[in-house]
Design a protein around this ligand. Sequence first.
Ligand SMILES: NC(=O)c1ccc[n+]([C@@H]2O[C@H](COP(=O)([O-])OP(=O)(O)OC[C@H]3O[C@@H](n4cnc5c(N)ncnc54)[C@H](O)[C@@H]3O)[C@@H](O)[C@H]2O)c1
Length: 257
Amino acid sequence: MDASQIFQGEPDNYDGVTVTITEPMDASKIFQGEPDNYDGVTVTIAEPMDAAVFTEKLRASLSHWRQEGKKGIWINLPIRFANLVEAAEGFRYHHAEPDYLMLVSWIPNTRDTIPANASHVVGVGALVLNKNTGEVLVVQEKSGYFRNKNVWKLPTGVVNEGEDICDGVAREVEEETGIVADFVEVLSFRQSHKAFLNKKSDLFFLCALTPRSYEIIEQKSEILEAKWMPIKKIRRPAIEPEPRDVQVHGKYLPEEV
Ligand SMILES: NC(=O)c1ccc[n+]([C@@H]2O[C@H](COP(=O)([O-])OP(=O)(O)OC[C@H]3O[C@@H](n4cnc5c(N)ncnc54)[C@H](O)[C@@H]3O)[C@@H](O)[C@H]2O)c1
């Protein structure tokens, strides 16, 4: 065995060995990570690596981090290094983004407190009311639950990452119908589960908006038709709200009769 590859220790009278670390660990043999506020470390893999070398360096790093009292160890793995997933012993997936996969391992013998990956998508619905004419902006969608059902509904959409709800709802209205509208207030919200990929929950915010323009230009890819509908024609919700839903949500889903 190459003596330089193992620690040299002092034997004692009880078949034990004491190793005294006298020099700083060779930094090239362990991963250098970014500390976080929860005694964790995030390592971002920037260079291609042989899987066996990766595993060996990770083992040495884990031993070092254990001695330092570190807890959550995160590995940010750009998609081009996905070959290293299997080599990351003891790690699990945390989440994936278009350009990287995040692996994580909780290394102490205490309860794992790593927060779950994002659990909800945030949806918005727009009640765009023209107070002068008493009309509401409604659409028919080309895809989704209401495809081919001849149902008129309020414009809806999903808020982008980092986008405020008030901006997202105005953007969706303009994208789908060409109508420029100003956000006024949130009328209600509701939470539903298993809404996306039969897994993620959905927080849906119904918002009131005031139109600034009135000429409709439909987004051809998603919207079959859009129009201004007299609010008096909105008789009943197309979908009855669930008992636990905030009732206003259902009240404003229009269906022309
Ligand atoms: N659409 C409705 O009738 C309706 C009714 C009530 C509430 N909502 C709420 O409105 C919010 C947004 O819903 P939405 O229906 O407008 O948006 P959505 O989530 O159905 O879709 C948003 C966009 O993503 C696309 N999309 C979604 N899933 C897809 C998939 N599997 N493959 C390809 N493209 C996909 C859609 O075509 C659309 O462009 C949610 O919170 C929802 O609960 C929607």
